[in-house]
Design a protein around this ligand. Structure first.
Ligand SMILES: [Zn+2]
Length: 243
């Protein structure tokens, strides 16, 4: 019986190690997915800002050249006013000049707004570029870590799987089924040791009489509270020493 309990406890250790390896791998790909999605969003945001900046600068330049040609027109009207033959022509030129001056004022205001819009976009682009750089660095680190974990876990995983295969043939099918059932229900730990008079799984008190019986190692004892299989210190020690 001691062998049976020890085998089950050893199986639990192997499975816990495999769970840990799985967890190590499990987190990184999910983290990388989230970061890559974020980087993609930032890149799209940056591209949109660049488009906004380009358009604003182009429109500002357009307004600028329109102003230049309007100013030239105004100068032309001014010199034409000296040569007019009547008031009607003079007034017509004055009206043209007023219109051009109004348009220049409007365009100058627009230029300021476009300049502001483009400058804001340029600042936002710099900020997004900084964030993208940071994310890229983090992603590189995560990718490297995942590659390392995968490389490291591959060998370890194989070792544990091999140990597991050798071990389970020595465990009765019914016990194995009980173990697997508790493991599923308890998300990992099916077998726990008694620590300072308490169940190592749920930390509820184990009656002293039960601890005495448990030390006999002559049958499977379940915790009354959580249903996990309890083992004595001797089992834990002999399993960890590999005896
Ligand atoms: Zn318990």
């Amino acid at each position: 019986m001691e062998n049976k309990l020890r085998n089950l406890y050893t199986l639990q250790n192997i499975d816990s190690n495999l769970d840990e390896l799985e967890e190590m791998k499990g987190d990184l790909p999910a983290e990388i997915d989230v970061l890559e999605a974020k980087a993609g969003e930032l890149k799209a945001h940056k591209a949109a800002l660049e488009e906004t900046m380009r358009n604003a600068f182009a429109m500002r330049d357009g307004a600028d050249s329109e102003i230049i040609s309007l100013k030239e027109k105004v100068e032309r009207y001014k010199s034409q006013q000296y040569k007019v033959r009547n008031n009607r022509e003079y007034d017509a030129l004055t009206k043209e000049m007023d219109n051009a001056t109004d348009t220049i004022a409007r365009l100058e205001k627009e230029m300021d707004q476009l300049e502001g819009k483009a400058t804001n976009a340029r600042n936002d682009i710099e900020e997004a570029a900084g964030q993208i750089d940071e994310l890229t660095k983090v992603l590189e680190e995560k990718h490297a870590a995942l590659a390392e974990v995968s490389k490291a876990t591959e060998a370890e995983e194989q070792k544990y799987r091999h140990e597991r295969q050798k071990l389970i043939v020595r465990i009765p099918k019914a016990d194995l089924a009980t173990y697997e059932r508790i493991r599923r229900a308890k998300r990992g730990k099916a077998i726990v040791s008694v620590k300072r008079g308490a169940c190592g799984g749920c930390y509820n008190r184990v009656p002293p009489q039960k601890i005495l019986e448990l030390r006999q190692n002559n049958r499977l004892y379940m915790c009354e509270h959580c249903g996990r299989i309890l083992v004595s210190d001797e089992i834990v020690e002999s399993a960890s020493s590999g005896a």
